[in-house]
Design a protein around this ligand. Structure first.
Ligand SMILES: NC(=O)c1ccc[n+]([C@@H]2O[C@H](COP(=O)([O-])OP(=O)(O)OC[C@H]3O[C@@H](n4cnc5c(N)ncnc54)[C@H](O)[C@@H]3O)[C@@H](O)[C@H]2O)c1
Length: 253
């Protein structure tokens, strides 16, 4: 039996076939959901969207998640194609290795806009739509282990991901009476392009990173997709305002 029959999900940042957004969208579609995928990189999204589900199950649109007009367009497409919105996965994000003594104000603002303001805009829109529908919904916000503990060199990223974690709890409280659930997901070190860039930055980074993880291996995009599927489906109907950490034990130490 499929776990997402009849549900409609919107997943941001899904253009990279190696990325978390793509794995989440593909997994939700496999489990019977209709899915709208978005990304700022339209050329890439157009190609990758064709690998998700059946053609009539998937729609795609270019979206800058920091832009309200683009959110309006993404919702309009979702309603036009599938008539409703049950699940929003705020996944799009960027990383930044710029320690406190070098990071510039505009660089800090950029991370906050793409990683945090985006979650505000998307969640606000989804809550309003879910309230109009009257049957609740699930909002899943991509945070990070960097939203749980600090990391040297990433003040803007940790600020954005910590903000996502706490805003998710507020959204959960405000949405609870209407059956709108909201939870944050906290990946550790997963094999995606975002991580590849960090790992390729200097020799020995891969080994040093791996050795910090109690399970002594990086996670996969599918590990995150499996957790997202649980939060998206009715199996988690009593789960709201909490976080799921998927990190091989990294933050348990
Ligand atoms: N990979 C990891 O180890 C890891 C760990 C913790 C958290 N995360 C978080 O998971 C999410 C996905 O990460 P990933 O590793 O799949 O990254 P990725 O770089 O592979 O994918 C991110 C996608 O977001 C898109 N994007 C960037 N800016 C955008 C914008 N303004 N509007 C719309 N789309 C935009 C990119 O084009 C890209 O396709 C991010 O929020 C990231 O912070 C990842």
């Amino acid at each position: 039996m499929k776990r997402m029959p009849g549900k409609v999900a919107l997943v941001t940042g899904a253009a990279s076939e190696q990325g978390l957004g793509y794995a989440i969208a593909a997994t939700l579609a496999e489990q019977g959901a209709n899915v709208v995928v978005t990304d700022i990189d339209y050329a890439r999204l157009e190609k990758s969207a064709s690998g998700i589900g059946e053609p009539d199950q998937v729609a795609h649109i270019r979206q800058d998640v920091g832009d309200q007009t683009d959110w309006d367009a993404a919702l309009a497409l979702t309603l036009d194609r599938f008539g409703r919105l049950d699940v929003l996965v705020n996944n799009a994000g960027i990383s930044q290795m710029r320690p406190m003594d070098v990071v510039q104000e505009d660089e800090f603002d950029r991370v906050i806009r793409i990683n945090l303001k985006s979650v505000f805009l998307g969640s606000r829109m989804a809550m309003a739509q879910m309230r109009r529908q009257g049957s609740g919904g699930s909002i899943i916000n991509m945070s990070s282990v960097a939203g749980i503990v600090g990391f040297v060199g990433t003040p803007a990223y940790t600020a954005s991901k910590g903000g996502v974690r706490m805003m998710s709890k507020t959204i959960a409280l405000e949405g609870a009476a209407d059956g709108i659930r909201c939870n944050s997901l906290h990946p550790g070190v997963m094999w995606t392009e975002m991580q590849q860039v960090t790992i390729d930055s200097s020799p020995g980074t891969f080994e040093a990173t791996r050795d910090l993880i109690p399970m002594r291996k990086l996670g996969t995009a599918q590990d995150i997709a499996n957790a997202a599927l649980f939060l998206a489906s009715d199996e988690s109907q009593y789960v709201t305002g909490t976080e799921i950490i998927v990190d091989g034990g990294l933050t348990a130490q």
